[in-house]
Design a protein around this ligand. Structure first.
Ligand SMILES: [Zn+2]
Ligand SMILES: [Zn+2]
Length: 197
C-alpha cells in the first residue's frame, strides 16, 4: 500500500504522517528502503521483460529474481521526486539503524517477538513480493494483451492482497485498485479506500 501504490505510482493520497508511518513499517519489511524499492519498481515498469528490467524471470534465471532481486542496485534517476523528501532519504540512509532500533524495542517487550513480529512477516513479504515478480510474469491469465509477459495469478491475487492481479496493474499502473473482473478481490484497495475515508 505504501511502497507500491502510494510512493511508486502515486495512485492514492495520504497525509504526511500516514505516509511516514507506512514508510517506517515498509522499511521493517526487509525488502529494501522505500527509495530503493521505488527506484527498482519504476525501472521494472519502464521496460518490463526487456533487457533493462531489473527482475524479469523471462530475462534472468527465476531463482535469482525470487531470492536476490532485493539486492539489485537502484538507479536513483527514477526517484528524483522522492529524493526531495527528507524523511524518505533519512530512512534510506539509516536503513540498518532502523532495523536495530526495532530489534532493541522487541527485545525489551519480548525477544520471541523478533520472530513473530519481525522475521516471519518479513520473510512472507520478501517471498510473496518476489513471487509477484516471478510467477506474476509467467503463470496466469491475461485480461490485457500488452507488450510484456505480466499475468494475473488468482492464488497470488488473494494471498498478496490484490498484488497478484499483475497484468491488470501493468495495463493500468496508475489505478488505485487492481480489480477488473468481479472475482478479482483487491484487499489492498479496500483498505486504501477505508483509510481515505
Ligand atoms: Zn511486473
Ligand atoms: Zn507497479
Amino acid at each position: 500500500m505504501t511502497f507500491h501504490r502510494l510512493l511508486s505510482h502515486k495512485s492514492w493520497k495520504a497525509p504526511q504522517w500516514f505516509q511516514k508511518l507506512g514508510v517506517v513499517l515498509g522499511t521493517l519489511g526487509l525488502t529494501g528502503s522505500a527509495l530503493a524499492w521505488t527506484a527498482i519498481h519504476r525501472q521494472h515498469h519502464a521496460g518490463p521483460d526487456k533487457r533493462k528490467d531489473p527482475h524479469s524471470p523471462n530475462i534472468q534465471p527465476w531463482w535469482r529474481v525470487q531470492f536476490l532481486s532485493m539486492y539489485y542496485k537502484p538507479n536513483l534517476r527514477f526517484v528524483k521526486d522522492l529524493l526531495q523528501d527528507n524523511f524518505i532519504v533519512f530512512c534510506h540512509r539509516n536503513y540498518f539503524v532502523i532495523q536495530l532500533c526495532y530489534i532493541a524495542l522487541l527485545c525489551i517487550i519480548d525477544w520471541h517477538a523478533i520472530f513473530y513480529a519481525y522475521l516471519a512477516p518479513a520473510a512472507i513479504l520478501w517471498h510473496g513480493g518476489s513471487l509477484i515478480n516471478t510467477v506474476g510474469h509467467k503463470w496466469g491469465y491475461r485480461n490485457y494483451q500488452i507488450n510484456d509477459k505480466s499475468v494475473n495469478n488468482p492464488v497470488l491475487g488473494l494471498l498478496m492482497w490484490g498484488e497478484g492481479w499483475h497484468n491488470n496493474h501493468h495495463a493500468k499502473p496508475l489505478k488505485k485498485s487492481f480489480k477488473v473482473k468481479p472475482w478479482e478481490v483487491d484487499t489492498s484497495a479496500f483498505f486504501i479506500s477505508l483509510f481515505e475515508k
